[in-house]
Design a protein around this ligand. Sequence first.
Ligand SMILES: *Cc1c(COP(=O)(O)O)cnc(C)c1O
Length: 358
Amino acid sequence: MTLAAYALIDSDAIKHNIQQVRMYAPKAKIMAVIKANAYGHGLLRVTESLTDVDAIAIARIDEGIRLREAGCIKRIVILEGFVCKQELDKLLRYKLEIVVHSAGQLEIIQNYQGQENISVWLKLDTGMNRLGFKAEEFLLAYQKLAVCSQVKQPISLMTHLSRADNLKSLVSSQQISMFKQQVKGFSGEKSIANSAAIIAWPDSLTDWVRPGIMLYGVSPFSARIGEELGLMPVMSLHSRLISVKNIAAGEAVGYAGSWVSKKATRLGVVAIGYGDGYPRYAQNGTPVLVNGKKVPLVGRVSMDMITVDLGLQIEASPGDLVTLWGNGLAVEEIAKYANTIPYTLLCGITQRVEIKHV
Ligand SMILES: *Cc1c(COP(=O)(O)O)cnc(C)c1O
């Protein structure tokens, strides 16, 4: 029996993509970013493929605890840190490293009474205006942490670029030089680059790089797909045809009848919809592979189904394999048709989709 919607995860492709990171940043240590359930690929199983990375980064404390409870002994960095003493206790109990980005966190650490050796990544805000200390607060924050006996020295240092995927913008270079200037003379390890910066901004390559999307074989740039950057897609999203039928010219298909056939054709109904994470706003014409052949999506995406125009040439019957993205059909291309970015498509896979690692 073929399942309805399922995602195949190619662990060899993950390993290949890590090698590509090493090629782009040969001297850097790799902090693999696996937040949001490893960008939808499955947190624990993806971690098993990461034997060759130096640390792991995730957004939230509970994800770190899940990894520790599953036996992960790698360095784990929590990008969003903590907001109260109880959370700090938890971070320390599970030996999770902390991004310190606010005055409130600093105060909690300064008042911390335990014997722990707290591992800290101090974050500078170089213009994203999301997390991090502003330049004028940064030195003081650094000095406070540097004299904390419960903080492991030297403190690691990081920033995050806001426009690394925009090759024309001058902002990345400014952010990189601002960071380098602020941390000049500090002996701790430094980290700037996400995937886009690893590929496009060699000046951002410091002690550590933080690849996310490229580990999954997907391009951080809207103008290029992963394959063009030497990456291999990791996730292939599949389903199957559940009905094939003839329709006459002038028939309206799906909710609101938003697509009307211009000529007699054969319609395929595929068992996948927005209830699986297939994008609701994918337009008419979004490519879908049926038995490896490209056909256009037609009509509205429903919760459990989509409809495709098979034309009169393509051999297809219920049960046949359908690919929504992955091998042979770049998720970057689907993102364009759905007016979004590939990140949201990968993270948006729902519980109903079985994730199978191969
Ligand atoms: C998500 C994230 C990354 C990885 O970004 P990609 O674009 O997926 O490579 C790196 N650093 C931080 C702070 C992040 O939040």
